[in-house]
Design a protein around this ligand. Structure first.
Ligand code: AGP
Length: 615
């Protein structure tokens, strides 16, 4: 979740940009930079890894003066966050600078095309392809706006981009492709602002417009011109009067952090994937896993330890690793693991999953592993947390900070990390072939847009929430890889709405829980076309035969499970390994809207804490 701030006007740009980036601090980042067109007429850049204060020091030591500029903060970028990968990136002539939020899915292809034209690349990022492409188009067009438009039309995948150049130093060009992070235009008096999020520029102006998908804006000191990607001028965009305070502004246009974080999942998944999978070859690289080849080849087993939502992610991880890497996997609660005196050795990889990186039970499980000299790794969101310090390897969720107590984007990005790990282990151990890897990569490339499609049906989930908000007991049923999805859906509902909800393996209904079914107990059934779809039809019939109410999560054109349900939630079809991600998003929103309807404190539910640092 990158942060972007741009400025053009009468004041010095650097202080405004740095102050704006600090206001995006809640988004977290591990590198930052800014570019201005300096008084000498050239583009000057300052960048640094680590916290924003490092960049501020660098600018203090070596000031840059100019009245037009752009800045960027990057969250948990792929691999060690280095200066060379920090934004802004500049073209080979040094007179065009770009900052970017999103993913260029075809950057490998574009990079080799540019390399064949003699371009050399100085970073590992996909972003650098954008600025060199603009350089190439500018040589032909001689006009910056045209060059930017032609270059962006070549990009595949969601991106928000801001361009600055000394060729035309009176304008910033901003564009939004797909559902990449926001692009906000702020209107001042004789000055204009650009930001990825409202808080960054709120102190300067409350008058803002928002770019939509495939829209561009040419922003100058006293005017802004909106066009589509073909260059056709758009009618003037609505100017909103933003009346938020800073904290509520951090929620953006959302009512709660949980709601915001649910809607960030398409972007978060994009960030999680960034630079870790080659979408053409399917090859996965996990630079920070630090598992040597000999350790990898000697592995006999993986043990996943976690708590709560992270534990449910681990249960899904079991399916992924056992199927794609052919390694036995056991999954245990962090709070149980150390008390069962686990059989551990150097051939067992102990993998922790923890959003906060501070959950004491999960940390204790990692300590148990280290005491037995077992290799360890952690899937974690919070950079610099204790779990990252005590594990041999780290796979970051790269989801951006998760502030709502109920975990949402951490769950779905954990599943992405688990899939990447399963693929990596399978590839390294020679049991996952190229064709299978390419098929998964193809579906991963489509996933952010599909998550966006599911999120776009929020009105439907609100209607269902109103219909079912007053029931006092729910059952969630899933099978196979979506049994843990049912557990997670139930946990979301119970922890924020305080309704009793139970996730259960659908095949177990006849062994007891079916006695609970009657017209007062809605049952949520996950009936997507995964490996056990056919089995779910009879489950729905069993519930309906006892007058139970059924909400079914299904794929389009479902004639079986959906036909028997009282209400259906349609999600796009995908490969089995990705079905939990598309199925859980509507369950997150169903729980959210029921909780709001019932007046719960959604972001801080009673009795709960975001990170359980006590036993
Ligand atoms: C999930 O919505 C809860 N917030 C809780 O179960 C959480 O997943 C659990 O406490 C584990 O937290 P962690 O991922 O930070 O270790």
């Amino acid at each position: 979740m990158c942060g972007i701030v741009g400025y053009v006007g009468r004041q010095g740009a650097a202080p405004i940009i740095l102050e704006g980036l600090q206001r995006l601090e809640y988004r977290g980042y591990d590198s930052a930079g800014l570019a201005v067109v300096a008084e000498n007429g050239h583009v000057e850049i300052r960048r640094d890894a680590g916290k924003l204060k490092n960049l501020c020091t660098r600018v203090e030591e070596s000031p840059i003066h100019g009245r037009i500029g752009v800045g960027h903060t990057r969250w948990a970028t792929h691999g060690p966050p280095t200066v060379r990968n920090a934004h802004p990136h500049r073209d080979r002539d040094g007179e065009i600078a770009v900052v970017h939020n999103g993913i260029v899915e075809n950057f490998l292809e574009l990079r080799s095309e540019l390399q064949s034209l003699g371009y050399e690349f100085r970073s590992d990022t996909d972003t650098e392809v954008i600025v060199q492409l603009i350089n190439h188009e500018y040589q032909a067009a001689g006009n910056l706006v045209q060059a930017v438009r032609r270059a962006l039309q070549r990009l595949k995948g969601p991106s928000a981009v801001v361009v600055l150049s000394s060729h035309e130093p009176d304008k910033l060009i901003v564009a939004r492709l797909g559902n990449a992070g926001g692009a906000v235009i702020g209107y001042g008096k004789g000055e204009m602002f650009i930001a990825s999020d409202i808080p960054a520029i709120l102190p300067h102006t409350r008058r803002m417009s928002f770019l939509e998908n495939r829209e561009m804006a040419v922003v100058m000191q006293d005017q802004v011109l909106f066009t589509d990607m073909s260059g056709k001028e758009l009618a003037a965009k609505e100017i909103h009067d933003i009346s938020w305070d800073a904290v509520s502004a951090a929620k953006g246009q959302y009512r709660h952090f949980m709601q915001k974080e649910i809607f960030e999942q398409a972007n978060a998944i994009t960030d999680t994937l960034r630079g870790r999978i080659d979408f053409v070859t399917g090859q996965v690289t996990l630079a920070d896993l630090h598992l040597s080849d000999e350790v990898l080849q000697a592995l006999h087993k993986v043990t996943i330890v976690a708590c709560g939502t992270s534990y449910y992610a681990g249960l899904i991880g079991k399916y992924l690793i056992e199927n794609l890497a052919r390694l036995p996997v056991e999954v245990d609660f962090g709070s149980e693991y150390r008390y069962r005196h686990p059989i551990l050795d150097t051939h067992t990889l102990v993998l922790a999953i923890t959003q906060s990186g501070e959950t004491v039970d999960t940390l204790a499980a990692l300590e148990e592993a280290r005491n037995h000299r077992a290799p360890t790794a952690v899937i974690v969101n919070a950079m610099g947390s204790q779990a990252t310090r005590v594990s041999d390897g780290v796979i970051t969720m790269q989801a951006g900070p998760e502030i709502g107590v109920a975990s949402t984007k951490a769950f779905t990005t954990s599943l992405i990390d688990l899939l990447l790990l399963a693929m990596y282990l399978g590839q390294q151990r020679g049991v996952l072939d190229v064709t299978s890897s390419q098929q998964i990569a193809h579906e991963l490339a489509l996933l952010p847009e599909r998550v966006g499609d599911v999120l776009a049906k929020d009105d439907h989930y609100q209607i269902l929430a109103r219909k079912y908000a007053n029931y006092s007991d729910f059952l969630y049923l899933g099978r196979g890889i979506n049994y843990p999805t049912a557990l997670e859906g139930a946990l979301k509902l119970k922890e924020i709405s305080y309704i009793h909800a139970e996730g259960y393996p659908a095949g177990e209904m006849k062994h007891g829980p079916i006695a609970l079914i009657d017209e007062n107990m809605p049952t949520v059934v996950i009936g997507v076309r995964d490996g056990v779809y056919d089995k779910m039809v009879s489950q729905v019939e069993q519930v309906k035969a006892r007058n139970g109410l059924v909400i079914a999560v299904v794929n389009p054109d479902d004639g079986a499970v959906g036909a028997k349900a009282d209400d259906i939630i349609e999600v796009p079809e995908t490969i089995e390994w990705l079905t939990p991600i598309l199925a859980v998003v509507p369950l997150q929103l169903l729980a959210y809207h029921i909780a709001v309807w019932r007046g719960s404190d959604v972001d801080q539910p009673r009795n709960l804490a975001k990170s359980v640092t006590v036993e």
